[in-house]
Design a protein around this ligand. Structure first.
Ligand SMILES: Cc1cc2nc3c(=O)[nH]c(=O)nc-3n(C[C@H](O)[C@H](O)[C@H](O)COP(=O)(O)OP(=O)(O)OC[C@H]3O[C@@H](n4cnc5c(N)ncnc54)[C@H](O)[C@@H]3O)c2cc1C
Length: 360
């Protein structure tokens, strides 16, 4: 049993959000207690961890992507040095054109200076072994890669256990007692609570007013007898080759039901699209199906900030389908907000929703 503790921050959830924020707080000599039930299937453990700076039909790079990439690389390198193994793998990506419009868009982006570091040459599919001939071909993308989220979360969990600041338990939020000076939970005391509870936020009695838009997704793990590609391939869905010869294929988007159960129809559709583009891989073996719920938000920006009534309750959530890129950057912003009272960017501060959604 963990001895009763008095800490600066009680963190609820050890997904990528709670883990990276907890790590940063500890590095800055703040005390934390992290509570998580260690489920096998969560968004962070299901995710492929892809980082892809240029996305969508219009090939858009979000503002601040360059800084977010630098921060993510730096943090994952710091963690790799600390644990003595890599977690983030740089990997080139190829993307197949789905329409003439996308080709026009690519031509436009290629001429924009700030897109050039991310876009490489166009290719025809005959140059790429294993791909079905496609008339439109595709283009190469730079500065992509993937985070091995399961390995990272496992290493961080051991680290938190060694620091005696981790409890394997689902927290019943009714057990949290709020007083002006402290929050109390099962005899532990904290100055502030940080909810990093992913899609469970929609049932959180203090923060369910925030417009979360959770989306379930499925990812298949495949074993291939054929030698696999080196690159990540985007073809409407995506294919991620891993070093052990397995492939990840994803991901589906399902708004309802949010039951975290694999769906045979969804898996069959993913496989059918895969075989259509990669006919040579039609003897792959399905090893595993993983499901998770992305904590998306209405305006596609995360939820950071403090409860309008209870200043001891804070939230760090809503990273949608871009946690690997966004959480390193925003955990830094939130750390400075918590510890140095630095103002949060308006685009992510939950107060943007206060007038329209918070009813007290
Ligand atoms: C199918 C799929 C594919 C994805 N692909 C990518 C991708 O390629 N690239 C990318 O960057 N992102 C991807 N994502 C998104 C990514 O997973 C998320 O952005 C990120 O993992 C969210 O992390 P989180 O910590 O906020 O949430 P979660 O990982 O859901 O973590 C929340 C944690 O809180 C715990 N918790 C909840 N309530 C309580 C409670 N009451 N008490 C204690 N613990 C509690 C949960 O058990 C869980 O461990 C994908 C997600 C899915 C589902």
């Amino acid at each position: 049993m963990t001895p009763k503790k008095t800490v600066d921050y009680l963190i609820i959830g050890q997904g990528l959000a709670g883990s990276l924020l907890g790590w940063r707080l500890i590095q800055q000599h703040h005390t934390v207690l992290i509570v998580d039930p260690c489920l096998k299937q969560t968004a962070s453990r299901t995710a492929a961890g892809l980082i892809n700076p240029i996305t969508g039909k219009r090939l858009v790079k979000a503002p601040n992507t360059e800084n977010q990439l630098l921060t993510a690389r730096k943090l994952y390198k710091q963690l790799a040095d600390f644990f003595g193994r890599p977690f983030f793998y740089e990997k080139d990506q190829i993307r197949l054109f789905q329409s003439e419009d996308e080709i026009n868009q690519w031509n436009k982006r290629k001429s924009q200076a700030d897109y050039r570091p991310f876009l490489a040459k166009r290719f025809s599919t005959s140059e790429k072994h294993g791909l079905k001939m496609a008339p439109l071909g595709g283009f190469e993308q730079k500065q992509c890669g993937y985070l091995d989220t399961v390995a990272l979360l496992d290493h961080l969990r051991h680290f938190f256990l060694d620091q005696q600041c981790f409890i394997n338990q689902h927290m019943d939020l009714d057990d949290l007692k709020i007083s002006p000076a402290f929050i109390e939970w099962q005899g532990h005391l904290a100055k502030k609570v940080i909810f990093c509870d992913g899609h469970h936020l929609r049932h959180n009695k203090w923060f369910s007013w925030l417009p979360l838009q959770p989306v379930q997704g499925e990812i298949l793990t495949l074993q291939s007898e054929q030698p696999v590609f080196d690159e990540i391939v985007q073809f409407g869905n995506w294919l991620l080759p891993l070093s052990n010869g397995t492939l990840k294929l994803g991901a589906s988007w399902q708004w309802q039901p949010l039951d975290e159960k694999p769906n045979e129809k969804t898996s069959a559709e993913l496989l059918a699209r895969f075989y259509q583009h990669f006919p040579k891989f039609n003897s792959t073996q399905l090893l595993d199906v993983n499901v998770g719920i992305r904590p998306g938000t209405r305006d596609k920006h995360p939820f950071l900030g403090t409860h309008p009534t209870f200043s001891q309750l804070t939230v760090f959530n809503g990273f949608g389908s871009k946690g690997s890129l966004l959480i390193p950057w925003y955990s830094n912003c939130f750390l400075r907000h918590l510890t140095e009272a630095e103002t949060l960017p308006q685009t992510v501060d939950i107060h943007r929703y206060k007038n329209d959604y918070f009813t007290g």
